[in-house]
Design a protein around this ligand. Structure first.
Ligand SMILES: *Cc1c(COP(=O)(O)O)cnc(C)c1O
Length: 467
C-alpha cells in the first residue's frame, strides 16, 4: 500500500485515504508519495490503444491501491471521463510541424481542473461512505477552481460544499458556472469584499474548525490535495502515447500558477515517461521565472491580469519539487521554506540544486501585450483561437524550446469562451458556448450574499450543515 510523507519530514506517514481527507500536513508541509511507482517503456508502450479512462486506471491505481478497490476505481473513472463532451477526452490540436495543443477543456466547466476535481469528488464520496462520515469542503475562488469543485461534488452524498467568491468581481460566465448548479449540498457565498479577504477567511477556518458541528471536518480542494495532482499525470501519458511516445521523447509547455499541473508532468517523467523538457510558462506574476532564471526568490505583490487563473504571488506546489531537489531532506526543506515564506529577504537556492532543476525545466514570462499578440498570430496561422492562458504556454514554448525535432505539447488549460476580456481585446468575436452550456445565461442562479465577516460565514455554514 502506498504511503505518503510530508515535505517537511515531521508529520506522520499517511495512507491515500488519509491524504485525500487532509489538506496541509501538520508540520506545514505537503504530502507526496513515499515511493514513486515506475513503469518500463515496454509496459507504457502496451497501453497505446487504451481509451482515456482505462489508461487513467493504469496510472492512478498504484497511488490508491489498498484504499480504493480496483473495480470501484474503474467505475469512477469511466463515469468521470464518459461525462466529458469530447469522446477522446483530451484531444490534440496541431498548430505546426511538431507543435500541438492538448485540449484539456472538454469537461463540464471548460478548464483542465475538471480532470482532477471530477475524480476527487467521487473518490471522496466512496471513502466517506465506507467510513460513515460527512465532510465540508470550503474554498475561495476567483474563477476556475470554484466551478470545477462544485461540478465535481454536486452528486456527493457525504459532502457539503461552500465556495466563496468576491461579489461582483467574477466574470458572468464563471459566476453562472457556479451559481446555476443545482444540488442541496452546494452553497455559493458571494462575499462583500475582494478575493484576498475570501481566501483569508478560508485559511482561518482551516486553522480553527471549532465552528463546525459534530464530527464534521474541512477538506481542501486546492492543488495541495495530492489526489488532484495524481489525476493530472494521466494526460501526459495519453498525449505522449498518441504522438509516438514512449519510443520518442516529448516536451511540454505548461501555463503555470500554483505549479500543480506542471508538477504532474514532472511526476510522469519520474514514472518512466521520456519527457525532455518542461516549460514553466507564467504571466507577469513571475515569481518562478525569476527564481529559475536568476536564482532569486522574491515575492512581489499580486497583479491582476487577463489570465486570472495564473494570478498568484507564491506557487505552493513548488515545494514538492524542492523536496526532491534537496534529496528529500525534510529538515533542510523546512529551513528553506521558513526563509521563503518569511517574504522579507531574497532567498537563493543552492546552485547545485537549481542546476538539477534546470536540466529538465525552463521558464518564460509573458506580459499581456504578448499574450494578445500570440492569440492573434496563432489565429492567423491556423484559424484556431487560443484561450489567453494557453496562449502564454504557446508563446513560452516558441521562445525557449530546446529541440525542434521533439513534439512540443502545450497544455490547453481552458476554453476561450471563459475569458471574454482577452478575447475581445485580441479583436475576436466571442466564441459560442459549447452545446452542453448553451442555456447557461438563462439558467436560474442561486447564491447568498454575505459580508466579509468570519463569524457570519461560520454561522451560515454551521446552520446549513446541521444534522
Ligand atoms: C488553474 C489554472 C492554471 C494554473 O494551473 P496550476 O496547476 O495552478 O499551475 C492555468 N490555466 C488555467 C485556465 C487554470 O484554470
Amino acid at each position: 500500500m502506498m504511503k505518503y510523507i510530508s515535505t517537511r519530514g515531521e508529520a506522520p506517514e499517511l495512507t491515500f485515504e488519509e491524504v485525500l481527507l487532509t489538506g496541509l500536513a501538520v508540520d506545514g508541509g505537503l504530502y507526496v508519495p513515499k515511493e514513486v511507482p515506475t513503469f518500463s517503456k515496454e509496459e507504457i508502450e502496451s497501453w497505446r490503444d487504451l481509451p482515456y479512462a482505462e489508461l487513467a486506471h493504469k496510472v492512478i491505481y498504484p497511488f490508491v491501491e489498498g484504499c480504493v478497490d480496483s473495480d470501484a476505481l474503474a467505475k469512477i473513472l469511466s463515469e468521470v471521463y464518459g461525462g466529458f463532451a469530447h469522446k477522446a477526452v483530451a484531444p490534440l490540436q496541431q498548430l505546426d510541424h511538431n507543435e500541438y495543443v492538448l485540449e484539456l477543456f472538454h469537461g463540464p466547466t471548460l478548464a483542465f481542473k475538471d480532470f482532477a476535481l471530477q475524480t476527487l469528488g467521487r473518490l471522496l464520496d466512496y471513502v466517506l461512505e465506507r467510513r460513515h462520515e460527512k465532510v465540508v469542503i470550503m474554498g475561495a475562488t476567483s474563477g476556475d477552481t470554484g466551478s470545477a469543485a462544485i461540478e465535481g461534488t454536486k452528486a456527493c452524498k457525504n459532502v457539503d460544499i461552500f465556495i466563496l467568491h468576491p461579489h461582483g468581481k467574477v466574470s458572468e460566465v464563471q459566476r453562472r458556472q457556479m451559481t446555476t448548479v443545482t444540488g442541496d449540498n452546494i452553497y455559493n457565498i458571494a462575499i462583500e469584499g475582494n478575493f484576498d479577504e475570501a481566501q483569508d477567511m478560508v485559511k482561518a477556518s482551516f486553522g480553527d474548525q471549532s465552528f463546525l458541528k459534530g464530527e464534521r471536518k474541512l477538506v481542501a480542494v486546492n492543488s495541495i490535495n495530492w489526489a488532484r495532482i495524481m489525476s493530472q499525470i494521466v494526460y501526459y501519458f495519453y498525449s505522449a502515447l498518441n504522438l509516438g511516445g514512449p519510443v520518442r521523447p516529448m516536451a511540454y509547455s505548461v501555463p503555470t500558477g500554483n505549479f500543480g499541473d506542471i508538477f504532474a508532468g514532472y511526476m510522469a517523467k519520474k514514472m518512466g515517461l521520456p519527457i525532455e523538457q518542461l516549460i514553466i510558462a507564467t504571466n507577469k506574476n513571475d515569481v518562478l521565472h525569476r527564481l529559475m532564471s536568476k536564482n532569486k526568490y522574491e515575492v512581489h505583490p499580486l497583479m491582476h491580469t487577463i489570465t486570472p487563473s495564473m494570478d498568484i504571488a507564491v506557487s505552493s506546489n513548488f515545494e514538492r519539487l524542492l523536496f526532491d531537489l534537496y534529496d528529500r531532506d525534510g529538515a533542510a526543506l523546512s529551513e528553506l521554506m521558513g526563509r521563503m515564506n518569511a517574504k522579507t529577504d531574497v532567498v537563493e537556492l543552492d546552485e547545485e540544486k537549481l542546476a538539477k532543476a534546470r536540466e529538465l525545466f525552463d521558464s518564460y514570462a509573458v506580459d499581456e501585450d504578448a499574450t494578445i499578440k500570440i492569440m492573434q498570430d496563432v489565429f492567423e496561422e491556423t484559424g484556431y483561437l487560443l484561450d489567453p492562458h494557453t496562449a502564454i504556454g504557446v508563446k513560452a514554448a516558441r521562445e525557449v524550446r530546446r529541440n525542434n525535432k521533439i513534439p512540443m505539447i502545450t497544455l490547453g488549460t481552458a476554453h476561450p469562451v471563459k475569458f471574454e476580456e482577452a478575447v475581445l481585446r485580441a479583436g475576436f468575436d466571442m466564441p459560442k458556448l459549447p452545446h452542453h452550456l448553451t442555456d447557461l445565461m438563462e439558467r436560474e442562479e442561486r447564491m447568498d450574499v454575505l459580508p466579509a465577516d468570519l463569524a457570519e460565514i461560520h454561522k451560515f455554514i454551521a446552520d446549513k450543515t446541521f444534522g
